[in-house]
Design a protein around this ligand. Structure first.
Ligand code: DGP
Length: 115
């Protein structure tokens, strides 16, 4: 159920990660290079490379991930002050790991536009 990326290895517990949430459809763990005091990656267990690859069949898992992000943000105490959710797509989008992931970042003021 997981592809051959570093995130697939985390799903399969072949490499360690600080996991903050898991269910049948998704996994959330702390980013190894945090860009904010709280920086969590939320990924589908299904190995979708990026948002550019999703289809209508992925509607349920994508909706589930967004609701999960909201719940994790609540648990992490981010909701009152606000937070940012980002998914990078492809080379110019800044994507480096080709397993769909949503960055949940908070705990500091965010800038706009992003770099
Ligand atoms: P992106 O550039 O959007 O593809 O983000 C990839 C993120 O993945 C980046 O913020 C660093 C993080 N990352 C890369 N390798 C690992 C790892 O082995 N463990 C964890 N926890 N995060 C990783």
């Amino acid at each position: 159920m997981s592809g051959d990326t570093i995130f697939g290895k985390i799903i399969r517990r072949e490499i360690p990660a600080t996991i903050v949430y898991e269910d049948d459809l998704c996994l959330a763990f702390r980013d190894i290079v945090p860009q904010a005091p709280t920086h969590i990656l939320v990924i589908p267990k299904q190995p979708i490379p990026s948002l550019a690859d999703v289809t209508a069949e992925d509607k349920a898992v994508l909706g589930h991930i967004l609701i999960t992000i909201k719940q994790i943000a609540d648990q992490e105490g981010l909701t009152e002050k606000g937070y940012r959710v980002v998914t990078n797509i492809g080379e110019e989008g800044g994507q480096t790991v080709f397993h769909l992931h949503f960055h949940l970042m908070g705990g500091r003021g965010m800038h706009w536009p992003p770099g």
